[in-house]
Design a protein around this ligand. Sequence first.
Ligand code: BG6
Ligand code: MG
Length: 217
Amino acid sequence: MKKHECALFDLDGVIVDTAKYHFLAWKKIASNFKYNLTHEDNELLKGVSRIESLKIILKLANKSLDEVLFEKILIQKNKDYLNFIQNITPEDILPGISEALFYLKKKQIKIGLGSASKNAKIVLDLLELTSYFEVIIDGNNINRSKPDPEVFLRGSSALGIAPDKCLVFEDSASGILAAKTAGMTAVAIGSPDTFLKEDFCYPNFLTFFKGDLHQLF
Ligand code: BG6
Ligand code: MG
């Protein structure tokens, strides 16, 4: 297997199960439009920015909003999300992640974060993982949402590693497309029927850590 020099991690749904809190917060918003947001709908929201997510929900619910209300809902969604995550601790780090970060650091593999979330730093701090990341690219540093490759290309360029030497971990279909468009190896975490162009797919990170991780770095 090809060896990589850089690992780029998505955050929500890969490092910690905050994807479920984004879902709950959006579900509450959608219910105000009398729309029942399903888990299937939620796959479309994973990896996508807050603004894009609300646009997708409005389309699903067949609703339109004026700018003022749109903005108000974005603020409410984030308030609810921040409430959900306020009590997360290092115990919420998903199985295999801490071990993988430790292993990669020891092997001097460059580690970066590539997340669409504007709350990424808050979450990494709560998990006490910030110091592992040499570079953090999040929703505050990018102009285009996944599946655009911007977030990962910025990561690889900040770390000084060519895209084809980078490996991306993602739980979203849009994130896998972003990684492949960036010319990187894409490891999908989740069910294979969720993704289109992944190089590898594992049901969870621990399976990957116990298996192929050591061959890929
Ligand atoms: C991504 C999540 O990581 O961040 C999306 O997968 C979320 O569900 C996006 O909408 C933006 O997050 P935030 O925290 O800026 O609202
Ligand atoms: Mg994710």
